[in-house]
Design a binder for this molecule. Structure first.
Ligand code: FAD
Length: 450
């Protein structure tokens, strides 16, 4: 008889994991506190998009869904920077052809994963089923049905907690006998975010450049926008909670209007619903969560945001969560399908990399907010492009993180930071990279990246 596995949370990571475990022949029960996204008219998050890149595609490839999801994506080969004064310009993500990140609808992606999950006879999905706690020793999960309020337990051989950053499965670790060995940290950023919209034109076109991730960096705060297939853009304002330019100071429509006129004048005419969006959408908090161990008693394992929530500035949270499934699957294969041993060993292999991407994402917050429009930073990006175009084996930090699924995040962080330091130093001393002879620089950098 196949082993019984419960996966708590049918979001992005949990559904991908459930599919993979079903493909491997386990009896899988996937539980989700929300209703079935596919039946809901106004899907929370349907209009919200995410940047999907190579590590994420690796996870989708594992379960045979890469092509299907690529068809739902809009390629974004570069950042489109909108300075406050001056012309907008594009800063490519890579010096190489065909290297781009992709805008994909969160709701659309989740629905595709649920459709695939629903095609397996050995995979049952229970919606409106909220996990209230897990007993780690007996692998028993407790649930409450959100519709009729009935409480029930499911005993399994193994349980996976993929229930996001506010994980109920993780919280049970604080209450059980394993709490003394459980380390946990949660650090909030001084900034929060608000989702806004640029609607399509009346004939369904894009009001600003389609194939780009738009950024309005303002030093201290910023606006970003990613395209959707229907011609709209999902816009996100990142702003401090308190202080001069902050959410605290935007409490009336007039204050909001004045703030956009002063800081984002070029995009304001494209945001007719700004006031309504701003005051009706929630303000989201941004936190990094690190914890350890991700398993206790070798029967229950945390994965995805439940194990390592990160801030969104590298566009890697979902990508890292999909990569989790790949790393887990490779280990399971290596250990001849022994789930118990795989669960016990998994975080010793994986945690250094999720810690690294958590730290890189914080670095990128400051880079996107404060530096992308800065001339030294721009010269550094130009130099990186030149190096990537000239030397096939050269990879910038961004390329290692985003386009090299075979380089672990921890390695990308160490090498990338060392490269950044050297390149920023050089670019602060020159006026232009055009006439620069890069042969010697490449030789010097080799000592860092080989
Ligand atoms: C503003 C913002 C922008 C982002 N942009 C990007 C990006 O561009 N690229 C990228 O790679 N990542 C991005 N991320 C990160 C990405 O959203 C997450 O890393 C990813 O969703 C994690 O997937 P997950 O399945 O672990 O968690 P989630 O997607 O949060 O899924 C958790 C699921 O568990 C369910 N659940 C919760 N509690 C329970 C319970 N008690 N019982 C049962 N079910 C439960 C939830 O309803 C949900 O369906 C962004 C995040 C934010 C906040």
């Amino acid at each position: 008889m196949a082993q019984k596995v419960v996966v708590v949370g049918a979001g992005l990571c949990g559904t991908l994991l459930a599919i993979r475990l079903a493909q491997r022949g386990y009896r899988v029960i996937l539980t989700e506190k929300r209703d079935d996204l596919r039946k809901m008219e106004n899907v929370e998050g349907r209009s919200i998009n995410l940047a999907l890149s190579d590590r994420g595609f690796r996870g989708l490839r594992l379960v045979g869904m890469e092509d299907e999801i690529r068809a739902q994506c809009i390629p974004m080969p570069g950042r489109r920077i909108h300075p406050l004064n001056g012309e907008e310009f594009t800063s490519p993500y890579s010096g190489r052809e065909k290297k781009f990140i992709n805008s994909v609808s969160r709701g659309g992606l989740n629905i595709s994963l649920l459709d695939k999950a629903g095609s397996f006879e050995n995979l049952e999905i229970l919606f409106n089923t909220c996990c209230t706690g897990v007993d780690y020793d007996s692998a028993t999960a407790s649930f409450e049905n959100d519709k009729d309020g009935k409480a029930f337990d499911i005993k399994a051989d193994f349980i996976f907690g993929t229930d996001g950053s506010n994980s109920a499965v993780r919280k049970s670790l604080f209450a059980g006998s394993h709490r003394l060995l459980f380390s946990y940290s949660q650090s909030y950023l001084s900034h929060a975010y608000k989702e806004l919209t640029i609607p399509p034109t009346s004939d369904g076109g894009f009001r600003i450049l389609k194939n780009a991730l738009h950024i309005w960096p303002r030093g201290g705060f910023m606006l970003i926008a990613l395209p959707n297939l229907d011609g709209s853009f999902t816009v996100t304002l990142f702003l401090a909670h308190k202080g001069e330019n902050s959410f605290e100071n935007l409490s009336t429509a007039g204050e909001l209007q004045d703030f956009f006129v002063a800081n984002f004048p070029d995009v304001l005419p494209h945001m007719p619903d700004l006031v309504n969006d701003f005051f009706s959408n929630p303000t989201g908090l941004l936190a990094t969560i690190k914890c350890h161990p991700w398993s206790a008693g070798e029967k229950v394992l945390l994965m995805g945001d439940a194990a390592h929530a990160i801030v969104p500035f590298y566009g890697q949270g979902m990508n890292a969560s999909f990569e989790d499934v790949v790393v887990f699957d490779e280990l399971l294969e290596k250990l001849n399908g022994d789930l118990k041993e795989t669960i016990g060993r998994y975080d010793s292999i994986r945690k250094k990399d999720t810690d690294a991407i958590a730290d890189l994402a914080i670095d990128n917050f400051y880079e996107m907010r404060d530096h992308v429009a800065d001339p030294v930073f721009q010269r550094k990006r130009q130099l990186e492009m030149k190096l990537e175009q000239t030397y096939p084996d050269y990879l910038s930090k961004y390329s290692m993180v985003t386009f090299k699924e075979d380089i672990p995040y921890s390695k990308a962080m160490t090498k990338g930071r060392a490269q950044d330091e050297k390149l920023m130093d050089i670019c602060s001393q020159i006026e232009s990279v055009d006439d620069m002879i890069i042969e010697q620089l490449y030789e010097d950098l080799k000592t860092i990246f080989y």
